[in-house]
Design a protein around this ligand. Structure first.
Ligand SMILES: *Cc1c(COP(=O)(O)O)cnc(C)c1O
Length: 398
């Protein structure tokens, strides 16, 4: 039996069966290309679900990671880290935020955000504990975050869920107004929904939410775990809307593949997290922060970000051609290098993915009826074109 088959057989035995992995095991990758143990080559248009923002095995990231790995990995947050301080300065200098809390994932970043707003109001003796979130949003897989997500019926099997969370309808301001009360502490929203298939909030809708927050002392939390760090052609998606939140959560692309998350906060809210109130063992560790510093240095440049939009247009034009030739997608939505494509056929997106793997192409789904593209932001045009040719092949077989 081949090594790959053996490994996959072991996977079936030892892993909790919560994932259904592809039938190959990658051995190495560079840029937007991946190779498996049988030397098959794949073009990666999935980008590790918007995580590999600078592609695989990026030379500059390897350099900072290996340099840092020889100096210092971990000491705990009882001792400050130079890399974390520099990253905190970069994130606050370049966004609305005054302060930052580091953690390891998007879920943890949201957890901190909710703790901050609840504690803020309790510290000034206000009975404001309710959080408004949105139906069909995605905020992570912890008990708090599945409660926030609020997809139809979701989470019931894990109940009791977190109390005090209500769900409005995305892009429907009246549904938000209906839920607001004196007890509303925060509204948490993805300005552009990722898992739902790149669905953008209308600018007017977000503006009205911002106004409602301002006039009712409600904190506005933007979950930019997926939309952040250059994905949309802006450092953060809120910049395109010209609406500032009070708190922003970021993770996925921030470490370019190295796990890191952060909660960005305005100063008045941040003050509520005094020593001992919140923490993370690994959050802000030297390795993650060293890499994220480099990721931000590379991405947060006007030339780099405008290149993202140029590549978006190349992909979108070609996707539309393929789609009309094969009646493949009923709608293609995009924001920067981030695409949500609704399949016309009533066949699962996972079937599409399997055919794609066979053609040497990695994509990611968005639910069972949408295909998502979230390639490296620095993907080479050659890889884009080859990847799109492969999509056409997949379309002809789907
Ligand atoms: C992925 C994601 C999360 C959860 O991040 P994890 O790192 O998996 O915990 C939260 N919010 C959004 C918008 C995401 O896309």
């Amino acid at each position: 039996m081949k090594e790959e088959e053996k490994l996959l057989e072991t996977y079936q035995k030892v892993m909790v069966p919560n994932y259904l992995p592809a039938d190959f095991i990658p051995k190495s990758a560079k840029g937007s290309r991946v190779w498996d143990s049988n030397d098959n080559e794949y073009i990666d248009l999935g980008g590790g679900i918007a995580v590999n923002s600078l592609g695989h095995a990026n030379d500059e990231l390897i350099e900072v990671l290996s340099a840092q790995s020889k100096k210092l990995w971990h000491l705990s947050n009882f001792i400050a880290s130079e890399e974390a301080i520099k990253l905190g300065e970069k994130l606050t200098d370049n966004t609305f935020a005054d302060r930052v809390f580091f953690c390891n994932s998007g879920s943890e970043a949201n957890e901190a955000a909710i703790k901050i707003v609840r504690k803020f109001h309790s510290s000034i003796n206000q009975d404001k504990t309710e959080i408004i979130s949105f139906n069909n949003s995605f905020h992570g897989r912890s008990i708090l975050n599945i409660t926030l997500g609020g997809s139809e019926g979701s989470g019931k099997e894990f109940s009791p869920l977190v109390e005090g969370i209500k769900h409005a309808t995305f892009n429907d301001i009246n549904s938000v107004k209906d839920l607001i009360s004196e007890r509303t502490a925060a509204i948490i929203i993805e300005p552009i929904q990722g898992e739902t298939g790149i669905v953008e909030a209308n600018k007017e809708f977000l503006k009205e939410i911002k106004n409602l927050c301002d006039s009712n002392s409600i904190s506005l939390i933007f979950d930019e775990v997926q939309s952040g760090v250059g994905r949309t052609g802006h450092l953060y998606a809120y910049m395109k809307y010209e609406i500032e939140p009070d708190i922003l959560t970021t993770a996925k692309g921030l470490g370019g593949g190295f796990p890191i998350g952060a909660t960005l906060v305005s100063d008045n809210l941040a003050q509520t997290l005094q020593p001992g109130t919140h923490g993370s063992t690994f959050g802000g560790n030297h390795l993650a922060c060293a890499v994220a510093n480099k990721v931000l240095d590379i991405i947060n440049c006007p030339d780099f970000l405008s290149e993202v939009k140029i590549k978006e247009n190349i992909i979108k034009t070609r996707l539309e051609e393929i789609s009309s030739k094969y009646s493949l997608f009923s709608e293609i939505r995009s924001s920067g290098l981030w695409f949500g494509c609704d399949l016309v056929k009533e066949k699962s997106s996972f079937e599409f993915l399997d055919i794609a793997y066979g053609e040497g192409l990695i994509l990611v789904p968005a639910g069972s009826d949408k295909i998502r593209l979230a390639p490296a932001l620095n993907i080479e045009n050659e890889d884009i074109l080859e990847g799109l040719e492969k999509i056409e092949k997949v379309a002809s077989k789907f």
